[in-house]
Design a protein around this ligand. Structure first.
Ligand SMILES: Nc1nc2c(ncn2[C@@H]2O[C@H](COP(=O)(O)OP(=O)(O)OP(=O)(O)O)[C@@H](O)[C@H]2O)c(=O)[nH]1
Ligand SMILES: [Mg+2]
Length: 437
């Protein structure tokens, strides 16, 4: 009997990320940087209501939904946002594991049209893992407002993968996306992505490692050869499809180490690989994106100030302080008005009860208990909520919340947390303060 994952006690990651599907169903992964509109695309296609909002890190676990198109059934998996597949954050790891080990038939990478260059890094990494990649350049309506235009034809030519321009919130491009997914999974359209070609030194090493990996039956040998070079070894050893016994894995790693010596310059190699990725992303952006440099300059200046080390936190405290003050002070008057109105009606209800001879205990339960409590809750809670949430939504729409997360990230890290968590804390604290006031 051969070695199995059960007999060796090693669970293949692919087993964990396996999506049960019926015959003829196709699994589509929705990946991309945080806050690019993945859940909005997911909701539009499946008709479900995944949580969306204008700050990063809303989706933290995979969500599944289904849709049909041209009598074909699809299972869509909405992944948490990730900047890269080499990550340390738990929610990003969920995305990474599904892309690397899941049984998807195609991956749709949702990118933000306003910052395509930053998003391309993940696109390159996914292109190394699978041929079936579709790039969905979302938020084109926002990009248009910023005078940013994408040359779709050129982008498709340079990446050699299908590119769809969408504005998921208003449904623009969604039919085209569904059609493209169908063409890819039914193999009506064959894709051969143009992968990043690294410098000669790296390519030589990759070319030495790939045959060894192939001889051990490893899928995506080029991807794992690069991971070996940039020292993601822990990750590499967890790769699916590795030989099932530890001895075989050690043997394979020894064989690789024999053909390439990377001990001396592994930091340099890692840096070179990242540098070349970013340079390639810049090259593609320069060729495919037309932008208004004056507007970008102003946006960048504002960004620099609100995220600067000196002004970032004071501006944030001021903004949140003003919201807290407006909520508390502004709620006083409508609160009083509401309570006056609702409590004056209590007298009317009592009179009605007396008039119709309703027993005292029913009057007590309905009017003095139920109605009075309801009146308190409404007059105390409704006004602060009605002021706080529109103000917070305004900050969200202005895109300020991701900046708050960025400003607080290093402080949260000291408590082993993440800057993104501050937004939930902030909301809970402000609500609590308003109510306790
Ligand atoms: N204007 C505009 N806004 C959009 C569009 N698509 C998404 N949004 C908004 O962008 C914000 C982020 O959308 P989400 O769908 O939550 O983004 P996500 O990629 O799932 O985010 P994470 O789960 O945090 O990674 C929300 O406020 C959406 O309403 C679009 O095409 N146009
Ligand atoms: Mg999401």
């Amino acid at each position: 009997m051969g070695l199995t994952s059960q007999s060796t006690g090693r669970v293949k990651p692919g087993d964990i990320f396996y999506v049960e599907k019926e015959k003829g169903e196709h699994v589509i992964a929705l990946a991309g940087n945080p806050n690019t509109g993945k859940s909005t695309v997911f909701n539009y296609l499946t008709g479900l209501k995944q949580h969306t909002g204008n700050w990063p890190g809303k989706t933290v676990v995979n969500a599944q939904g289904e849709y049909s198109y041209n009598k074909n059934d699809y299972i869509l998996v909405d992944l948490p946002g990730a900047y890269s597949l080499f990550t340390s954050s738990k929610d990003e790891e969920v995305a990474k594991d599904f892309i690397c080990f899941g049984n998807h038939d195609a991956v749709v990478v949702v990118a933000d049209a306003s910052c395509l260059e930053r998003n391309l890094n993940l696109v390159f990494q996914i292109m190394e893992l699978t041929d079936n990649v579709i790039l969905c350049v979302n938020l084109i309506d926002e990009a248009k407002k910023k005078n940013i235009y994408i040359n779709r034809g050129m982008l498709e030519k340079l990446l050699n993968i299908p590119v769809i321009l969408t504005a998921a919130r208003s449904g623009i491009g969604m039919d085209e996306l569904k059609n493209c997914i169908e063409e890819v999974v039914l193999k009506k359209r064959l894709i051969k992505p143009n992968r990043v070609i690294y410098n000669e030194k790296i390519e030589d090493k990759v070319n030495c490692i790939v045959p060894v990996l192939e001889s051990y039956g490893i899928d995506n040998p080029r991807y794992y050869a690069l991971r070996f070079l940039d020292s993601s070894l822990n990750y590499f050893e967890n790769a699916c499809n590795l030989p099932q016994s530890q001895e075989k894995t050690d043997e394979m790693l020894e064989e690789i180490k024999l053909c390439v010596n990377i001990d001396d310059d592994k930091d340099v190699l890692r840096e070179e690989i990242s540098k070349e990725n970013y340079e390639h992303a810049k090259y593609i952006k320069d060729k495919c994106v037309k932008e208004d440099s004056k507007k970008l300059y102003i946006d960048k200046k504002i960004d620099d100030i609100i995220t600067s080390k000196i002004f970032g936190i004071p501006i944030m405290l001021l903004m949140l302080g003003v919201i807290l003050w407006l909520t508390i002070q502004g709620a006083n008057y409508p609160s009083q008005l509401l309570s006056k109105m609702l409590f004056s009606f209590e007298g009317v209800l009592t009179n009605l009860c007396l008039q119709y001879g309703i027993p005292d205990f029913i009057h007590g339960i309905l009017v003095l208990g139920l109605y009075r409590t309801l009146s308190w809750v409404i007059s105390v809670m409704l006004p602060p909520m009605a002021i706080f949430f529109p103000l917070f939504t305004l900050l969200e729409d202005l895109g300020y919340l991701p900046r708050v997360a960025f400003n607080l990230d290093h402080l949260f890290k000291k408590a082993c947390a993440h800057g993104k968590q501050c937004l939930c804390m902030c909301m809970v604290n402000i609500c609590y303060n308003c109510l306790s006031h």
